[in-house]
Design a protein around this ligand. Structure first.
Ligand SMILES: [Zn+2]
Length: 281
């Protein structure tokens, strides 16, 4: 299937109508990428396969783009290869050139005007090449022990509106109290803020830091307007602990493919749980 910006927009429109979210799964290599593809195909669910700049540094943008292109084209179910949390405009533009169908420019740490300028550069380049763009407003921090997300790092409604209007960005990650990584406390999401942003902004809203948010909170966020749920830590944790277990059980002389088959089975189970939650039925 050829994935372009209009297809992604259509998928988000369907999600808005159906009050569900599209799952976004971070991958680290080819093994977990194939687990995500199989989970999408087996459940007939469109998904984002996301890649952090760290993975680009480790594997190479050209190789990742080539594999993603074949993966997307061969799939009957829409699979959108996405660059996640990229702080560099140049890397976003390179990802567009190498076949990524969606990119996230993360300039939320910068003052609003600079965030807007960075997003605009990516939007101008990506839209001319039919690629979808996500930006971030507010600061989504990493999970720590310091307690709930402070109010000043939450997304501001006016800032969100300005960013969307001035850039024409396609999707917006909103800081509403979720965090990256496993939580040290039960996350407290600001549903009022979410609903306010959802009622004023037309573009799909994205929940980052899905791992560890209780199912009922994720569902409530989806009902409040979240249209993409990002999951990374839960997948990586399952993958790595499963590889460890498999080596322990089968011994280090076992072929990598057999170790990975075990890990993939466990990762797929986690992915399918998230697919079920995102469907919000
Ligand atoms: Zn994130």
């Amino acid at each position: 299937m050829i994935v372009d910006r209009s297809l992604v927009e259509m998928l988000f429109q369907e999600a808005e109508k159906g009050n569900y979210a599209i799952p976004h799964f971070n991958h680290s290599d080819f093994w977990d990428m194939s687990a995500i593809v199989e989970a999408a195909k087996e459940t007939k669910t469109p998904v984002f396969i996301a890649c952090l700049p760290k993975v680009i540094d480790a594997i190479g943008i050209e190789k990742l783009g080539a594999v993603a292109k074949i993966t997307m084209e061969q799939s009957d179910v829409p699979i959108i290869y996405h660059l996640d949390h990229c702080h560099s405009v140049e890397t976003c533009l390179a990802a567009v050139d190498y076949g990524y169908r969606s990119v996230m420019i993360d300039a939320a740490d910068l003052p609003l005007e600079e965030n807007i300028a960075a997003v605009k550069r990516v939007v101008d380049y990506a839209h001319a090449r039919n690629v979808h763009v996500e930006a971030e407003i507010g600061k989504i921090k990493s999970a720590g022990e310091e307690g709930y997300t402070p109010v000043e790092t939450l997304a501001g409604l006016e800032d969100a509106k300005t960013l969307v209007e001035e850039t024409g960005v396609d999707a917006l990650a909103v800081s509403i109290g979720s965090e990256h990584g496993f939580y040290q406390h039960t996350p407290k999401l600001d549903y009022d803020l979410l609903e306010k942003i959802h009622s004023h902004i037309q573009v799909p809203l994205v929940l980052h830091g899905g791992s560890g948010i209780p199912e009922e909170s994720v569902r409530r966020a989806i009902s409040g307007g979240i249209r993409k749920v990002n999951v990374g830590t839960h997948i990586r944790h399952t993958y790595i602990t499963s590889v460890g277990e498999a080596i322990q059980d089968m011994g280090p002389m076992t072929h990598t493919a057999d170790i990975m088959a075990y890990a993939k089975k466990n990762v797929k189970q986690v992915l399918k749980d998230w697919i079920r939650i995102c469907a919000n039925k």
